[in-house]
Ligand binder design. Structure first.
Ligand code: ATP
Ligand code: ZN
Length: 284
């Protein structure tokens, strides 16, 4: 018995999805133009599909689990379970209008024609905001719609905003923030649930490792109390005596997002020779 995972065949999520599996220690051959492949060292079958099709495959149980953008899942509105956020494929679904048009509030969209590939999400949003606009569904190249006179505004995915800019558009309203997520079919067997748990354990270890750094520093012994308070660590910091009397080496783990503040406090409390190293896997 094998767990079947569906990932995007070629597109913005493909590379990171493959990398995630490889970092979980799963080896496979993903030769070009393969539709499916089997892992050598984990009971896993990998299906390469268009991202739009993945929620349906999971709902039907053709694949057990899959990786898609939250945006796709919300648009397709399929009955699947969201298992874990994956931290890549970050983007937002936004409304944009030609940059010379004025925009004061969402009400300015009343009566406009909006081109999008996300009509389900957009119409829900407009209804919520009590805006009456016409939705024009197109499947690709949404960003050129205003310049060819097909629509007054667009609703599309944005990450840096450079595509909007080069098409003379400005972002005026963010509807949704999205990232890649792991989804699963609702009726997973006991055996497959156990396999999913095993995979999830590895994914979580990677995710927490990425959020944390290993930190080593030297400190005079009379400053250790203060330094330990700044560095909570996983349990508490490790303290090792240095050959130089009166000094110790302190090892701990810090979160990436608090990192610079912590370094400043450590320095102010007499820490020296601070080293920061990435963590590959972290099991808490
Ligand atoms: P497919 O051929 O599989 O249907 P696609 O063209 O629909 O591919 P991509 O453009 O590869 O899809 O985007 C896949 C997902 O990547 C999006 O659904 C979204 O979740 C995420 N993403 C991240 N950044 C962006 C971005 N700037 N533009 C579009 N999608 C983005
Ligand atoms: Zn797609």
């Amino acid at each position: 018995m094998k767990l079947k995972i569906a990932i995007q065949k070629s597109g913005r999520l493909s590379e990171d999805s493959l990398k995630l599996l490889k970092e979980c220690g799963i080896d496979f051959n993903n030769g070009l133009n393969k539709l499916k492949t089997e892992a050598y060292n984990f009971p896993l079958e990998i299906y390469f599909l268009r991202d739009d099709d993945i929620p349906q495959y999971i709902e039907d149980g053709v694949a057990d689990i899959g990786i898609v953008g939250e945006n796709v899942l919300l648009e397709k509105n399929k009955k699947v379970k969201t298992v874990e956020k994956l931290g890549f494929g970050k983007c937002r679904l936004s409304i944009a209008i030609p940059k010379d048009k004025s925009f004061k509030s969402i009400k300015d969209l009343n009566g406009l024609k909006i081109a999008t590939s996300y009509s389900t999400i957009l119409s829900k949003y407009l209804k919520q905001q009590k805006v009456k606009a016409e939705i024009h569904e197109i499947s690709g190249s949404v960003e050129i719609a205003p310049s060819i006179g097909l629509a007054d505004a667009i609703c599309d995915l944005v990450s840096s905003g450079s595509t909007l800019l080069s098409n003379g558009l400005k972002e005026v309203e963010v509807i949704l923030r999205s990232e890649a997520i792991l989804i699963a079919t609702k009726n997973l067997s006991k055996e497959k649930t156990a396999l999913l748990e095993k995979l999830l354990f590895r994914i979580k270890a990677l995710r927490s490792a990425k959020k944390n750094k290993y930190i080593l520093l030297n400190a005079p012994n009379n400053k250790l109390d203060a330094i330990c308070k700044i560095l909570p660590g996983m349990k508490s910091p490790t303290i090792l005596p240095l050959a130089d009397k009166g000094w110790s080496s302190v090892h701990s783990v810090v979160e990436e997002n608090q990192f610079w503040e912590i370094i400043e406090k450590l320095k102010a409390n007499g820490a020296q020779g601070i080293l920061v190293v990435p963590i590959e896997k972290m099991i808490v």
